[in-house]
Design a protein. Structure first.
Length: 711
């Protein structure tokens, strides 16, 4: 099992790559802030959330059947059991192997040493900031405390305290610095940085965590710069010039928000960049399926006890719970050729197992008696009686010391009582371990052997799988067998077009119920060759001007199944005119719940050829047919989809436009309304300007007036 802290590191790293590739260049700074915070928190919460068994991609390694055995094996009177015969070719003295447990324990100690070191650094920074905040004189400015510092240090803020050397700056620059830091304080950016520092304490080994903190700090500076430029008293050129003046060789503590000089170039570029189009907001919705995919891939299944899938034909039905002592009571039921025996050693310790009737010798019928069950790991002695098909009594297990010695030669440590009990109940033979080695799995441990034997991963099964995947990893065999993956299934998936599919993706496909028919149905339904005959053979674009990206992709087909994208879903789009849709668009449409009914509603209003990008943007903004109909009532018909997106992004309604008409602006076009709302030339603003004597007939003049006043 991958440790929890590594799960968190993996999620944090993937989210950072997602942010870097898709979001960091967007100017939705507030939204980016919440995304960065949410992902940072989810990275630590998500691994703790169990997922339903049917959605989990986890390799179902069988749990150890026993947890506690209290009776020392030395105190059990051993019965004469025939010593196991070993092959004469076994090497008597094996080479010493590095103790993996010692290495892992050392890594654990190293990790916690790093946690303590970075935790101490965090504590020292907090103490230093606390001392600096209250040891010297301060100036109270409302809720802000201004601490005057000396030396060539950059200004910064922490909580509600601003640190600045007033002697370094002229009055205008000084005021802009204070305003900048006050925005940091008002928006509580210190909380973001404290959370990032806490993440670094536990993820100090993860380079992506350090990049995450940098990305978070960078976005906070972008956000603050954006807020600064919206102030009436701040001019862009003047503010950017002040950034250059603040350059200082010494940096403040990492817990503070500050005029960060290392970001200077990026900040100036971002301030002068074009604002992001609302059409790009669909990117943010992909975070949800990304998180769901991580949960399905790595989280503990909610019903781990169902590891032994009913599809597998294991020789034994092992159901051992809460541990099992070497002696106690038994209750049995004979069912045909099998005997189901329940073992109970105390109130909490009980388990059950099915045995072949032929394994049990001399069952006492209708009278008290003894019978035994002997396997290579030891012998179980039963005392009691059967009345009909029901029986009960007491049991006592005796381990076979020779079995332990033989297993030790094979590299498997079977020394503890609980180990003997597990190997006895699962009936792991020395020959089984030798078979695994013969198949090339030479480095074995008991935790690997137990689930393999419990699931009856035999030589024939391994040989069959190896014919399809020669280098199959031993740990992949457990989920393969539990999910019913065989050679035929692997060939079925490969024949469907996935020639180089990895074992992990085979597991994912099987757990999702993906088979060759599903793949063929989806591909054929969305295949370009099945489009209308009037399409040009040389046209390599789909119906929406995008390159067709429907190439075989393991992740796409898994995402399709996870989102329940099937032939019926794809065919429903054909009925409304979308014959070929790229995989990425299909995933986006399904994620946003865009369906043919949604499209059909707009088509009835006259929107016949809406581009998929526009559909995605419209759905993400929750543009409905009712929203369009409201504008028709106000006299605006056949509004372009781009204009609908612009109107909705500015939260403009038909009632809002009617307010302009009530002020005398009868002939308004959509661009005028959007432009007026964007700069703040609202009906209330116009009323106030009319009251001051500015009475214009042209809305454009009020837009210009608002722009002048704002600047």
């Amino acid at each position: 099992m991958i440790p929890y802290i590594l799960y968190a590191a993996l999620i944090l790293s993937a989210c950072l790559l997602f942010y870097k590739l898709l979001l960091q260049k967007e100017t939705f700074f507030h939204l980016n802030r919440y995304v960065l915070l949410a992902c940072m928190i989810l990275a630590f919460i998500l691994p703790l959330v169990p997922v339903p068994q049917q959605f989990s991609f986890r390799k179902m390694a069988a749990e150890k059947p026993f947890t506690t055995v209290k009776t020392p094996i030395e105190n059990i009177e051993t019965a004469p059991v025939k010593e196991l015969q070993t092959k004469p070719t076994l090497v008597e003295e094996t080479k010493q192997i590095i103790n993996v447990d010692v290495i892992l324990q050392g890594l654990v100690y190293l990790y916690w040493f790093g946690v303590l070191l970075f935790g101490f650094n965090f504590l020292m920074q907090a103490i230093i900031l606390r001392y600096k905040s209250y040891s010297g004189s301060s100036i109270l400015d409302g809720k802000f405390r201004i601490i005057e510092i000396t030396g060539d240090k950059a200004p910064c803020s922490f909580a509600n305290t601003i640190f600045i050397n007033p002697e370094k700056y002229e009055w205008e620059t000084y005021n802009q610095i204070l305003l900048h830091e006050k925005i940091h304080i008002e928006q509580k950016h210190t909380i973001d940085l404290l959370l990032a520092e806490m993440v670094l304490i536990f993820q100090w080994f993860n380079p992506f965590a350090w990049q995450w903190r940098k990305a978070l700090e960078t976005n906070l500076e972008f956000l603050t710069d954006d807020q600064m430029l919206q102030q009436d008293a701040v001019e862009k050129e003047s503010y950017q010039f002040s950034l250059l003046k603040v350059a200082a060789p010494q940096f403040p503590l990492s817990l503070t928000t500050n005029y960060n000089q290392s970001l200077l170039k990026k900040r100036i570029i971002m301030m002068n960049s074009k604002k992001s189009n609302v059409h790009t907001t669909w990117k943010y919705f992909f975070l949800v399926p990304l998180m769901v995919l991580f949960a399905c891939l790595f989280n503990q299944p909610a019903a781990q006890s169902q590891t032994l899938n009913s599809k597998t034909e294991s020789k034994q039905d092992v159901n051992i719970q809460n541990g099992m002592k070497t002696d106690g009571n038994w209750f049995a039921t004979i069912k045909g050729n099998t005997v189901e025996i329940h073992f109970k050693s105390d109130e909490n310790d009980n388990s059950s197992n099915n045995f072949q009737l032929s394994e049990l010798s001399n069952l006492p019928r209708d009278k008290q008696g003894e019978f035994t069950l002997t396997r290579e790991a030891g012998t179980m002695f039963f005392t009691g009686k059967f009345e009909g098909d029901k029986g009960m009594g007491t049991y006592k297990f005796t381990a076979n010391k020779a079995y332990s010695a033989t297993m030790q030669k094979e590299g498997i440590d079977v020394a503890k009582d609980e180990d003997f009990m597990v190997f006895f109940m699962v009936n792991i033979k020395v020959s089984y371990v030798q078979m695994l080695k013969k198949q090339g799995y030479t480095k074995l441990d008991k935790d690997q052997v137990i689930p393999l034997a419990a699931l009856d991963v035999n030589e024939a099964y391994i040989t069959s799988i190896k014919q399809a995947i020669p280098d199959i990893d031993l740990e992949n065999l457990v989920p393969f067998k539990s999910l019913g993956v065989d050679k035929a299934y692997i060939e079925e998936i490969r024949n469907a077009g996935y020639k180089d599919i990895s074992p992990s993706n085979i597991i994912a496909m099987k757990s999702q119920g993906i088979d060759g028919k599903y793949i063929a149905d989806v591909r054929n339904s969305n295949n370009k060759s099945n489009d209308n005959n009037n399409r040009n053979d040389n046209d390599k674009s789909n119906d929406n001007g995008k390159a067709n990206d429907n190439n075989d992709n393991d992740d796409d087909i898994i995402a399709f199944k996870a989102l329940n994208i099937d032939k019926a879903f794809i065919d429903s789009f054909k009925k409304v005119g979308y014959n070929t849709i790229s995989n990425s668009d299909l995933i986006a449409l399904k994620s946003l719940n865009v369906n043919s009914e949604y499209i059909n509603g707009f088509q009835k209003l006259g929107y016949k050829n809406i581009k998929l990008d526009d559909l995605i943007a419209m759905k993400s903004l929750n543009i409905t047919t009712e929203y369009v109909k409201d504008f028709e009532k106000a006299g605006y018909k056949n509004i372009k989809t781009d204009d609908l997106v612009a109107l909705k992004s500015q939260n403009i309604t038909s009632d809002f436009i009617l307010q302009y008409k009530e002020l005398g602006f009868d002939k308004l076009n959509i661009d005028d309304v959007v432009g007026a709302k964007a700069v703040g030339a609202t009906p209330s603003f116009i009323k106030s300007m009319k009251g001051k004597g500015h009475d214009f007939k042209d809305l454009g003049k009020y837009i210009a007036l608002k722009s002048v006043i704002s600047n």
